[in-house]
Ligand binder design. Structure first.
Ligand SMILES: [Fe+2]
Ligand SMILES: [Fe+2]
Length: 159
């Protein structure tokens, strides 16, 4: 998938991914309600469909975040970016709007999510730092190998 920000297909993939991901969670939630209401057959239909929505969402993700370009470090950076957006911008704005409308329940829920997103961001940040150190160490080892190789090659050329 080309990384051009103005690509219509890229936007459509993001929209389609959001729709499938949303359907997955909504159906799981509906299943929970249906089961609690004594309708296990309906609950099962929602659960089975929810499972298929995961596969549909993964299909879009395969194109949005191709395996060869989505290293673990890049995945961590992307995840950190979205959690940061949630707790620094999205939820504070939503909370303020909810308070302005007198929607205290929603404001309280957004408030909790600010804390949760901040915790997720912190965990991703810590892991990213650990990974950076590990990859940094690997880079040093590779550099030693490379300079050892250069020295051997220089000796060989001198002979
Ligand atoms: Fe679907
Ligand atoms: Fe989160």
């Amino acid at each position: 998938m080309a990384d051009t920000p103005d690509s219509i297909t890229l936007k459509n993939l993001q929209t389609a991914f959001a729709a499938e991901a949303m359907a997955h969670l909504k159906y799981r939630y509906f299943a929970k309600l249906a089961r609690a209401a004594g309708a296990p057959e309906i609950a099962r239909l929602f659960e089975e469909t929810a499972e298929q929505e995961v596969l549909h969402a993964f299909g879009h993700l395969d194109l949005l975040y191709p395996r060869d370009r989505t290293t673990p470090a890049r995945a961590l950076a992307l995840a950190l970016e979205s959690e940061q957006h949630e707790y620094e911008e999205m939820y504070p704005e939503f909370r303020a709007a909810a308070l302005a409308e007198g929607e205290r329940l929603a404001a309280g829920e957004f408030d909790e999510q600010i804390g949760e997103s901040a915790e997720h961001a912190a965990a991703f940040r810590r892991m990213l730092e650990t990974a950076a150190k590990r990859f940094g160490a690997l880079a040093n080892v590779e550099e030693r190998h490379a300079s050892g190789y250069r020295a051997a090659l220089a000796r060989h050329l001198d002979e």
